[in-house]
Design a protein around this ligand. Sequence first.
Ligand code: ADP
Length: 160
Amino acid sequence: MRIFVYPGSFDPVTNGHLDIIDRASRICDKLVVAVLVNRSKTPVFSMEERISFLEEILAGRPNIQVLPFSGLLVDFMREQKATTVIKGLRAVSDFEYEFQMALLNKNLNPEIETLFMMTSINYSYLSSSAVRELACYGGNIRDLVPEAIVDRIYSKFKAR
Ligand code: ADP
């Protein structure tokens, strides 16, 4: 059984993430979408919100599981019996950080592979921070995130 882990903060999940999730889930037996708990910056959406967005959108996809994760990725991978980390790459700017993380993880556990998946051209400009920025100022996010969560994203910023 080939288990892949796709880690991220998903603050909030975007169509760019979903594209990677779709494509990654087709090349493994099970994909664990791992939602980061401890990040240096405080997320706008709580862990519960980020997980429930993903679960709702990915409902009915039996080979995809959404789980919270904190601590070292290599430990989480071991717990999940996962072999491969999936990462999306948008631009050169993603590369340096991801390159470092991949090598660090390789050093911690040589058995773990990091697989990079190139963004689809339509999503190359898309990030969670862009969605947050747009939503905060009432910009249009309808083509950037799944329809089901659009209103909840706007409400979050209205409430703040
Ligand atoms: P963001 O960088 O948008 O805040 P995350 O930290 O949640 O998102 O990213 C999780 C993973 O998803 C990372 O590997 C990141 O490179 C990838 N990713 C994010 N947005 C896209 C996109 N539009 N296309 C491809 N990969 C993406």
